[in-house]
Design a binder for this molecule. Structure first.
Ligand SMILES: C[S@@+](CC[C@H](N)C(=O)[O-])C[C@H]1O[C@@H](n2cnc3c(N)ncnc32)[C@H](O)[C@@H]1O
Length: 240
């Protein structure tokens, strides 16, 4: 299970590059396969790109190929174990009672990539929350957002808004405004560390007016987060 990082080849770990070079089969969601296809140059390597929402089928197929003795690299964007494929793969293997050796290769997560684009907003305690309610009830997501806000955590918001799911980000904004100042800095990063990167700084009161989609990670500061020049910084507390 290979975490590709944000997408550019040079942002990937050396181990990830090594595994991708050695695997007999490379498979994953087609958007992610396209990010790396140009770097997969071995003519004998099989590349299988599949559609979204076929995650369990994809893992079963990987298990089947591995059982036949093939070395298979299943790719996820960012880190394979953060809203990625690693957990599903391990569950599928356990269900099928397979004991094939598995390596989880970590990658630069979207939260880390977006934070790097913004400066240093994750210098203190933070939580990640995905607003995707496909597998998690919306009421539970809202409760987690509320508790994170109550605890004055910095929030890294994944899957913030899709074509079908447009209002949740505003609901989240309203929850956060009950606990955080309207002036709290918010960073909006689209396509972090890959082609098409867009970085915007806004405030809790205004950030939903910015373009936000499923290629975006939103970082909401804590009560100490400030804008320094054109960077977003959450102080750790050092006396300067
Ligand atoms: C299914 S999650 C995948 C998370 C990934 N496994 C990780 O560790 O970052 C997809 C969400 O990650 C975020 N994301 C992934 N890559 C990104 C990038 N390069 N720039 C900004 N956000 C990104 C977006 O919020 C997107 O909707």
């Amino acid at each position: 299970m290979v975490g590709l990082g944000p997408g550019n080849w040079e942002q990937m770990t050396l181990r990830a590059q090594q595994v991708l070079a050695e695997a007999e089969v490379v498979t994953g969601y087609k958007t992610y396969i396209e990010l790396i296809r140009a770097n997969l140059t071995r003519p004998d390597q099989k590349i299988i790109a599949s559609g979204m929402t076929q995650e369990v089928d994809r893992c079963r197929e990987v298990a089947h190929m591995a059982q036949l003795g093939q070395s298979v690299a299943l790719v996820s964007s960012g880190d394979a174990g953060i809203y990625g494929m690693a957990g599903i793969m391990l569950e599928v293997m356990a269900q099928a009672q397979l004991t094939i050796p598995i390596e989880v290769v970590p990658g630069v997560s979207a939260a880390a990539a977006a934070a790097a684009c913004l400066g240093a907003p994750l210098m203190h305690d933070f939580v990640t929350v995905s607003l995707s309610d496909l597998l998690t009830p919306w009421e539970l997501i809202k409760k987690r957002v509320q508790l994170a806000a109550e605890g004055d955590f910095v929030l890294a918001i994944y899957n913030p808004k899709s074509k079908q799911r447009v209002n949740q980000i505003r609901e989240v904004q309203q929850i956060l405004l009950q606990y955080k100042s309207a002036h709290t800095p918010v960073g909006i990063v689209r396509n972090a560390l890959r082609e098409g990167q867009e970085v915007r700084l806004s405030s809790l009161a205004a950030f939903t007016e910015e373009p936000i989609d499923m290629l975006t990670t939103v970082i909401v500061g804590n009560s100490q987060t400030k804008v320094v020049g054109d960077c977003m910084v959450t102080p750790r507390g050092y006396k300067l």
